[in-house]
Design a protein around this ligand. Structure first.
Ligand code: ANZ
Length: 831
């Protein structure tokens, strides 16, 4: 007989599966339960890599598992194919971004076909197809109608190399661009935003529903990113200015200790406050502003950094005590948080204290904070340490004597009564900047005229297709290349003859990926973004699988757009991802793989050397899926050997001519028990992502089965066939080719992937129990069924607890208990 050969098996089953298309599913309502399993879709930057191999292996294990449990499973695939890397690569190679993108997609598709995830290939989408991005534009128009899409001028992170706007998290802690490595600068631009801040409370509160279903780390990152902060806004009058200035504070109780005010140098307020200042002040301010704009937000907020600032030669009035306090500009105050201005309370806030000590500003203690022994803490002005904890209010008029919580409530009450402040909530979350000055993205469907009016493109004329890149200079230069596509840009209104210009910007690709999971429910439908009835059947996603690098933005934006869709009545759920698995990374010798480091393990070469099955088994067996995998520590050969052993059992059965119709119940009991334990345990192990344990159990089952064949019941025993079938079913999650081949050798039609798993027979799960005999004065009084692993103490306790034994003992005294586990407990009484 021929041995196990992955290549032969792959060649045998690929064309069969191509023909069968086993994973295409319909949107029709069925009486079976459903699961929607989705892996974060790939970016086509080249061929698939080991990271894809891992993530798609785990997603596929889960998708295949639910089919085995009798569910209708939607497991689609698409490509996140717009974006900067394609554009930069295209510029470098002098080709159209389309050609580069779609040839990479073709390569990834071919690799996926071999790797064999159980995708429904009939639903493929690419976000760079006009049929897809038409619906980005449709979503934009819906948002615009609802006031959720708007334009404003603001300071943005600017990458001077890529010449584009960056999101905050694309700026690294050292102030450089994640993309180009350039030092990021601030630039004031008019940009499009989505009003995600309107949804801040819902985005935060609804995370509670996902507790225990998403990794705790991801929930925390989402919560911190939204950053809800409860407090008050307090109005300060500024001398020589009519309107008062609001500041946000979490500690309105400390208002009597506010000894100066600080405004963000890059705020509109700062610019206004220096308008009429002396040349000297204005110049000092301008040079300070220029310096501040070079700092990242992280640097500006760092407590390590020496405080800097300029006095604006203006004064504010503390609303509670009428004191005249100086107004400074300093970069530790951010322009776009709260109101971009603060009341500084140096005694109780470390940042303010550092600043006060550096510039010799007054420090006023208003909270008496004590240490554990009840001793007063040293004055912050002396110690240099702000006392930020709770204590009793002093030097604070009507607040004196109150504790922190009561003082905050009282302070708010007083402010509200006087009309100089109110209770409020502030968020760290900012609106979502969605416009980009680049070519390879979705055109924004807005028209502008000479007067500066805007109007949305008619829904009926969507999509606004990207013009050909021919003749356009795609090199970044600060304005969108589309502005130069004159013919494309110019739109004449047929009714009025008026000329309009298309908005030249394109959308952030996070817009594309914020709703792609919905498009799978009508991928080929030109008339609607998705079919609401199909969304009702499949939505929301039951299982999402992907990298933790998307823990914040992608998930937040998807959650936001889902809530908008819910509000607009298009979907009946308002969270998109019910359960989430974040896979670890694939490393080599402890390091992240990269081309530049020369330590890249190529997916394509691993795939051709070992085959899809061995790779998948190796990835699943390497450890818990959340952990990193070091490719230097795994043995693909070991996986291949295991597969050969498993396959050999089915092969031996096939060649033995053993009766396929044999009744399993007549099979070897020992082997049957092992098989049914495996069937009983596998589901909860898979559902708790313990894929490595399941592979280990399969290895054990293959060994037990081989032992039974060699030294026990022989290959013809029905229990051997039963075991081989169970192995084939469960193995199909990890090694679809080998499992399919085994299934065929056992006399079944393809495909094993669509078989529902048998349930374990409870009668075969109890072999681990024993009968313990209890004697009282040498007479058998009871027989107890106990686990075989019962300890002496447990056996004695169980014996003494038996009603029959207690009746036999009566009120006589027990003089001796002899325990021989697991067989007998013998009780001797005093007659
Ligand atoms: C007075 C005060 C006294 C403050 C005190 C704290 C302690 P979170 O919790 O992050 O919301 N703040 C307000 N707006 C700011 C801005 N644009 N840039 C930098 N800091 C700003 O922090 C809220 C606190 O951060 C506010 O409460 C304010 O300082 C400061 F003993 O006001 B606090």
């Amino acid at each position: 007989a021929e041995g196990y050969d992955f290549q032969t098996i792959q060649d045998r089953w690929l064309p069969v599966w191509d023909e069968l298309k086993p994973f295409e599913v319909t949107d029709e309502v069925s009486d079976r339960p459903k699961k929607y399993v989705l892996d974060m879709f790939p970016y086509p930057s080249g061929d698939l890599h080991m990271g894809h191999a891992e993530a798609f292996c785990f997603g596929d294990v889960l998708a295949r598992y639910w089919r085995g449990q009798g569910y209708d499973v939607l497991h689609p695939i698409g490509w996140d194919s717009f974006g900067l890397p394609a554009e930069n690569a295209a510029i470098k190679r002098g080709v159209d971004p389309r050609d580069w993108t779609y040839s990479n997609i073709d390569q990834q598709k071919a690799s996926f076909r071999l790797y064999a995830p159980s995708f429904d290939w009939s639903r493929v989408l690419h976000t760079s197809d006009p049929e897809y991005y038409k619906w980005n534009q449709w979503i934009f128009l819906k948002m615009y109608e609802k006031g959720l899409a708007y334009r404003k001028a603001s300071w943005v992170n600017w990458d001077p190399v890529d010449q584009t706007v960056l999101a905050n998290e694309q700026v690294l802690a050292d102030g450089t661009s994640e993309r180009s490595g350039a030092i990021v600068v601030k630039k004031k631009l008019t940009q499009w935003y989505f009003r995600i801040t309107d949804y801040a409370d819902r985005l935060l509160d609804d995370l509670d529903q996902l507790e225990g279903r998403w990794p705790a780390k991801v929930l925390n990152m989402q919560r911190n990113w939204i950053g809800r902060s409860r407090g008050a806004e307090v109005e300060f009058q500024i001398e020589g200015r009519d309107e008062s200035v609001p500041v946000f504070t979490t500690r309105p109780d400390t208002l009597h200790g506010a000894t100066f005010m600080v405004v963000a140098p890059d705020s509109d307020l700062a610019a206004e406050l220096v308008e009429d200042a002396s040349d000297e002040v204005r110049e000092a301010f301008q040079s300070y502003l220029a310096q501040a704009q070079k700092q990242t937000e992280i640097e500006r907020q760092s407590s390590e950094r020496e405080k800097t600032g300029v006095f604006l030669n203006r004064f504010a009035i503390n609303p509670v005590n009428g004191e005249r306090i100086q107004v400074w500009a300093a970069d530790y105050v951010l322009a776009d948080y709260g109101h971009g201005a603060i009341m500084a309370v140096p005694a109780h806030d470390q940042r303010d204290l550092d600043f006060a000590l550096k510039f010799d500003l007054p420090v006023q203690v208003v909270v008496d904070v004590r240490d554990e022994d009840g001793a007063a803490l040293e004055n912050p002005a002396v110690s240099g340490v702000a006392t930020s904890g709770a204590g009793v209010m002093i030097n604070s008029g009507e607040l004196d004597g109150l504790g922190k919580t009561e003082a905050i409530a009282k302070a708010i009450e007083v402010l509200e009564a006087r009309g100089t402040g109110r209770k409020t909530t502030t968020y760290r979350l900012r609106d979502w900047l969605i416009s980009r000055q680049r070519y390879w993205g979705t055109p924004i469907p807005i028209l502008h005229n000479e007067n500066g009016d805007m109007r949305p493109v008619d829904e009926a004329s969507l999509p606004v297709e990207l013009p050909s890149s021919e003749g356009l200079d795609l090199k970044p230069k600060g304005s969108s290349p589309l502005g130069a596509a004159t013919e494309w840009s110019t739109v004449t209104d047929e009714a009025t003859g008026e000329t309009w210009k298309r908005d030249p910007d394109t959308m952030d690709t996070f817009v594309d990926s914020s709703w792609y999971y919905l498009r799978f429910m009508a991928s080929n439908d030109p008339t609607q973004p998705f079919d609401p009835a199909a969304a009702k059947k499949w939505g929301p996603i039951d299982q999402y699988v992907g990298g933790v690098e998307h823990a914040i933005l992608h998930l937040l934006y998807s959650r936001f757009i889902t809530k908008v869709m819910n509000d607009l009545g298009y979907v009946d759920f308002d969270e998109p991802f019910m359960d989430m698995l974040n896979q670890g990374m694939v490393l080599l010798d402890g390091a992240k793989m990269s081309k530049s480091k020369g330590n890249l393990v190529e997916f394509a070469s691993e795939l051709s050397a070992h085959g899809a099955d061995a790779l998948r088994v190796t990835l699943a067996f390497a450890g818990p899926p959340e952990d990193d995998i070091d490719w230097a520590d795994v043995s693909v050969q070991g996986s291949a050997k295991f597969l050969a052993r498993a396959w050999r059992i089915a092969d031996d059965i096939e060649h033995s001519g053993a009766n396929a119709a044999a009744d399993f119940a007549t099979g070897d009991q020992g082997l049957r028990c092992a098989t049914h334990h495996l069937l009983a345990d596998a589901p909860s192990l898979i559902e708790s992502y313990k894929f490595n344990v399941v592979v280990a159990r399969l290895m054990e089952q293959v060994n037990v089965t081989r032992k039974a064949i060699d030294s026990g019941c022989g290959v013809g025993d029905p229990a051997v066939r039963e075991s081989a079938e169970a192995v084939s079913l469960i193995l199909s999650l990890f090694a679809p080719y080998a499992a399919e081949d085994m299934w065929a050798k056992l006399g079944h039609e393809p495909t094993v992937a669509l078989q529902t798993w048998p349930t374990a027979d409870p009668a075969l799960l109890v072999e681990n129990e024993v009968t313990l005999v209890v004697q009282v004065d040498k007479k058998v009084r009871d027989r107890l069924t106990l686990p075989a692993s019962v300890t002496e103490a447990e056996a004695e306790a169980a014996a003494l607890a038996s009603a029959a034994v207690q009746a036999a003992i009566g009120d006589r005294e027990i003089v001796k208990v002899v325990v021989r586990v697991p067989k007998i407990v013998s009780i001797v009484t005093k007659p």
